[in-house]
Design a binder for this molecule. Sequence first.
Ligand code: ARG
Length: 482
Amino acid sequence: MSKLWGGRFTAGTDKKVDDFNSSISFDKRLYFHDIIGSIAHAEMLGKQGVIPADAAKQICAALQEILADIHEGKVEFRIDQEDIHMNVETLLTAKIGAVGKMLHTGRSRNDQVALDIRMYLKDEIAEICNMLSDLVKTVINIAENNLDTIMPGYTHLQRAQPVTLAHHMMAYCQMFRRDTERFIACYNRANILPLGSGALAGTTYPLDREYVAERLGFDGVTENSLDGVSDRDFAIEFISAASILMMHLSRFSEELVLWSSHEFGFVEMSDTYSTGSSIMPQKKNPDVAELVRGKTGRVYGDLMGLLTVMKGLPLAYNKDMQEDKEGVFDAIDTVKMCLPVFTGMLETCKFRKDNMYKASSKGFTNATDFADYIVKNGIPFRQAHAITGKLVITCISMDKGIDDLSLDEIREICKSELEDGQDPMEIFKDDLFDAITVEACVEGRSLIGGPAPATEKKAIEKASKWLSEIKIPQAYAEWFEF
Ligand code: ARG
């Protein structure tokens, strides 16, 4: 079958080139957006009198039939028709003959493909944001139920200061909120109509670009035709938002892997989200978390791939840009596969509060609070730090925690670090032990951003409000009228 662009050619394309050049095997997933984009274009051509109104109507009706045919699996796309755009146009002319040949007036595949990816991405971003809000809900839920669940907080993976499970969860909540906002910002940047840029230099037809933009739910039209066809920033931004999200999921996964180990024992994953070993009968492996962590790498790869494709391209369109799609699709598929399974895994985790508590009360997580206590009794912080250091090293040699000692023992050990006029009886008083329980450590950190339960409750309320107010865009299928 001859090509839509075959006019100036005398010989057909080599089969190898057809296979090499063709993108239909992957860009067929743009069919819905390609077709509704064409419907809007045809309507506008008719409205502007660029093509007869009747012809526009006929084209739109036929495009709808083609859409239904594709939905029902009745269409077989053709490699020799290169991509989704030419396949749809070929189907159209096969259906309505010469009238179908009017559709491509004032349009190029270059602005068409830019339009399709933007529309497709808009829908996918909406879906991803919905999945993200399910995850945020789950995280908030766990936090609400664990305001008092004390666990060690870590730096350098060494026990540092006590926090709560709620506080740890709400840290991820912040990340996922930023992720959602990043996707929405990316949506807004993608939400500009490139159609009307033509191949590169616009077109001489009196198109109504604003009409098409409104019909397809775009916020505006691109302001430079060269940029309109050659800009893939929005796709790069999308994969970069996806990469950051995956990085967050990967860090969370890493923690769940650690926490589910015998060494930590903080979490027991549900049987429904774990796997066994083919040889070691005792094993229960956190495969889901590991796979999410592993799949992060491929999304980074998608990002690097597209950045590299774009970096040397002169304006405007170059065929290299056909390579944008598979990376974008892969990033979408990966994120959409990871989010629900990660949420399910998290939802079904059982947190071993007893082990968390035990771990938080060992490892001198209250040492800072011990130092702060003596600061409150008049010792400069740097000296308090040294005194506490001395106490800790002595405790280690005795294999004891600070709170295993008596007040007198503490006074005795710390005495050598005090200066003239600093009275141990005034510095280490009866209320010392109450001030350094892990509960007091957490309770005392009540500044905005801290883990104190009352503060956390407010943070949770704020996040819940955010969740109820966040505006996730609607997908085309929900609002587009034929
Ligand atoms: N399949 C092409 C792509 O994905 C569509 C645009 C082709 N334009 C062209 N002038 N060959 O980029």
